[in-house]
Design a protein around this ligand. Structure first.
Ligand SMILES: [Zn+2]
Length: 95
């Protein structure tokens, strides 16, 4: 698989999740005859859950010079990106 940036993956997954949520809400609104079901759709919650998922499974666990977590995607079968696979100069995120 070709490596993609975190923001690309985030956008891609968000679109899939939003479409699925719209479909599910439409089915629920038809089955239970509920109007304005869109108020149950919370984009901030989708983004928050997506961020948690990405930090846990896709984002590199290396720490960069500023002390923040590396923003690159993990290399295949590793917890680190290509750079942090070789050396962890500033340590790693404890999970
Ligand atoms: Zn990294």
């Amino acid at each position: 698989m070709k490596e993609k940036s975190i923001s690309y993956i985030k956008k891609y997954l968000f679109n899939i999740l939003e479409e699925e949520i719209n479909n599910i809400l439409l089915i629920i609104s038809k089955d239970y005859n509920i109007n304005n079901i869109d108020k149950y759709k919370n984009k901030d919650n989708i983004k928050k859950n997506l961020d948690n998922f990405i930090d846990k499974y896709i984002r590199c666990l290396g720490i960069i010079k500023s002390g923040a977590q590396c923003a690159r995607t993990r290399n295949c079968c590793s917890s680190f990106c290509k750079i942090h696979q070789k050396t962890l100069k500033f340590g790693k995120v404890i999970s």
